[in-house]
Design a binder for this molecule. Structure first.
Ligand code: PFF
Length: 443
C-alpha cells in the first residue's frame, strides 16, 4: 500500500515554502527556554564541562536518529501524530494520543515561563525595576500567561507558511543577532574567565553518577524537541526533496551551539558581578535582573536578554501547539482557528496551577511547586517515554523498507539502515533502562 498517497479531507496538506523556511522553523522549535533558561543551570548542577560528554553522546547517538525518524514518519504518512501512527496500524493511534497529551501539558507550563519573559521585557523596557519574588506574586504572571497563550494560538491558526514559517523566519535570525550582542558584552567583562572556568572545568568524577547521564539525556531530548511529536508533525509538511539527515544535523548543531553559547553568557555575567552561580531554575529570572539593575545600560542589556528569551520561547511554543492543532484538523476536519482556540482553553486550564505555583498561594504538590513538578514529570520523564513509544511503534510495526527509503531520500551518505538498526534495537533498550532507573531514582 502506498501510504504517501493518503490524504483525507478535501484540502491539500500545506507544505513549507522552502528548505530554509523548514530549517528555521525546526531551529525555532529546538532553540527555546531549554537552551537559555535550562541548559546553563543543568550544566552547573551536573559536573560543569564534563556534562558536555554525556550530552553530546545523547545528541549524536539518540537525539539525532530519533529526530530523523520522526521527520521520516511524518513525511511518509503525511499526517499528525495520531493520523500517521494510525496509518502504520490502527491501535497505534493511542500512542499518537499520548504524545499529543504530553506535548500539550508541556506547553501549558512552558507558556507560563514564556509569559514571564514577555513581562520582563516590557517592564524593563519601561524602566521598571523587577524583583522576581515580588513580580511572581502579582496578577501579572497569570495575565502574561493569558497573553502569550493568545499570541501562540493566533500564529498557529494562521497556518504553516503564513503563521509558523513566517514567525520563525523573523524571530530565529533576530534571536541569533541578540545572542551575538550578549556574547560580545559578556565575554568582555572583567571576570568572564572565572565564569567560563566554573562553567567548563570538568569534574569527571561526576560521570560515574548515572543521574548525570540521565540529566544529559533528558536535556538533549527536551532541547531537540524529540519525543513530543513536533518533529513528526513538522515532517508531514516537508517536501520529498529535502534531505532528512543533513537538515537534522544542522538543526541539532545550531541548537547545541546556542545552548553552549548561552552558558558562556550566563556564567560570565554571574561571575563578573559576584553572584551565586547555582541558583537553579531561577538563575534567569531572579539572579540576572539583580545584575542588570546594577550595571551601566543594564536596562538595555536586560531588554536584549529577555527579548531573546521571548523569541526563543515563542517559536518553540508554536511548534508544540501545532502538534495538537494538526491532530484536531486531521481527525475531525475542524478549522485551524477552531482547533487552536479549543486547545488554548485547555492550555489555560492546565497551565493555571503552574502559573499559581510561585504566587502568594504557592501551589505545591508533593512538596514541590506545581510548575517544577510538571517539568520533572512531563519535560523530563514523559518525553523519554514517548520517544520510546515512537521508536518502537515505527520500527517494529512499520516495514523497514518504508523508513529506510524515507531516510535515504536525497542523501549521499545512505545511513538509513544503520540509523534504523539503532532505532529498532539500541535506542529502545537505552531509553527503557533510563526510564526504569529514573523512576527508581524518583521513588
Ligand atoms: N525544544 C524547546 C526548548 O528547548 O525549549 C521546546 C520544547 C519542545 C521543550 C518540546 C520540550 C518539548 F518536549
Amino acid at each position: 500500500m502506498i501510504y504517501a498517497a493518503h490524504q483525507e479531507g478535501t484540502m491539500p496538506r500545506e507544505r513549507w515554502s522552502s528548505r530554509i523556511g523548514f530549517l528555521l522553523a525546526g531551529i525555532g522549535s529546538a532553540v527555546g527556554l531549554g537552551n537559555i533558561w535550562r541548559f546553563p543551570y543543568i550544566v552547573g548542577q551536573n559536573g560543569g564541562g564534563a556534562f558536555l560528554i554525556p550530552y553530546l553522546i545523547s545528541i549524536l547517538l539518540l537525539g539525532i536518529p530519533l529526530m530523523i525518524l520522526e521527520f521520516a514518519v511524518g513525511r511518509h504518512f503525511r499526517g499528525s501524530t495520531v493520523s500517521s501512527l494510525k496509518r502504520i496500524r490502527n491501535e497505534l493511534k493511542w500512542i499518537g494520543v499520548i504524545v499529543t497529551i504530553v506535548s500539550t501539558v508541556i506547553l501549558s507550563y512552558y507558556l507560563v515561563i514564556t509569559g514571564w519573559t514577555l513581562a520582563f521585557f516590557i517592564f524593563m523596557l519601561s524602566g521598571t525595576e523587577l524583583v522576581f519574588g515580588e513580580f511572581i506574586q502579582t496578577y501579572f504572571s497569570p495575565l502574561f500567561f493569558v497573553i502569550v497563550v493568545f499570541m501562540t494560538s493566533f500564529i498557529v491558526a494562521k497556518g504553516i507558511r503564513r503563521g509558523i514559517e513566517r514567525t520563525s523566519t523573523i524571530m530565529v535570525p533576530a534571536l541569533m543577532g541578540l545572542l551575538a550582542v550578549m556574547v560580545v558584552y559578556a565575554l568582555t567583562l572583567p571576570k568572564a574567565v572565572d565564569g567560563i572556568s566554573f562553567y567548563l572545568t570538568p569534574d569527571f568524577s561526576r560521570l560515574l553518577d548515572y543521574s548525570v547521564w540521565i540529566a544529559a539525556l533528558g536535556q538533549a531530548f527536551f532541547s531537540l524537541s524529540v519525543g513530543s511529536g513536533i518533529l513528526l508533525t513538522y515532517g508531514s509538511y516537508l517536501d520529498e526533496r529535502v534531505s532528512l539527515e543533513s537538515n537534522s544535523g544542522i538543526i541539532a548543531l545550531s541548537d547545541s551551539l546556542i545552548s553552549f553559547i548561552s552558558g558562556l553568557v550566563v556564567f560570565s555575567i554571574v561571575f563578573s558581578f559576584n553572584f551565586e552561580p547555582a541558583a537553579g531554575p531561577s538563575l534567569a529570572f531572579a539572579t540576572l535582573p539583580l545584575i542588570f539593575m546594577k550595571v551601566p545600560y543594564g536596562f538595555l542589556l536586560a531588554d536584549v536578554f529577555y527579548l531573546l528569551l521571548f523569541f526563543a520561547a515563542l517559536t518553540s511554543a508554536i511548534s508544540m501547539l501545532e502538534v495538537g492543532v494538526a491532530v484536531l484538523v486531521d481527525e475531525t476536519s475542524m478549522s485551524r482557528l477552531k482547533a487552536a482556540s479549543l486547545l488554548s482553553v485547555i492550555i489555560l486550564v492546565l497551565g493555571f496551577p503552574a502559573a499559581l505555583s510561585y504566587s502568594r498561594i504557592g501551589l505545591q504538590l508533593l512538596n514541590t511547586p506545581v510548575l517544577d513538578l510538571m517539568d520533572r514529570l512531563f519535560g523530563s520523564l514523559a518525553i523519554i517515554f514517548t520517544a520510546l513509544l515512537i521508536s518502537v511503534s515505527s520500527t517494529w510495526f512499520c516495514p523497514k523498507r518504508t523508513i529506510v527509503n524515507q531516510i535515504n531520500k536525497n542523501t549521499k551518505c545512505n545511513l538509513g539502515a544503520i540509523i534504523f538498526f539503532l532505532l529498532k534495537y539500541i535506542i529502545p533498550l537505552a531509553l527503557f533502562f533510563v526510564l526504569v532507573s529514573s523512576i527508581i531514582g524518583y521513588a
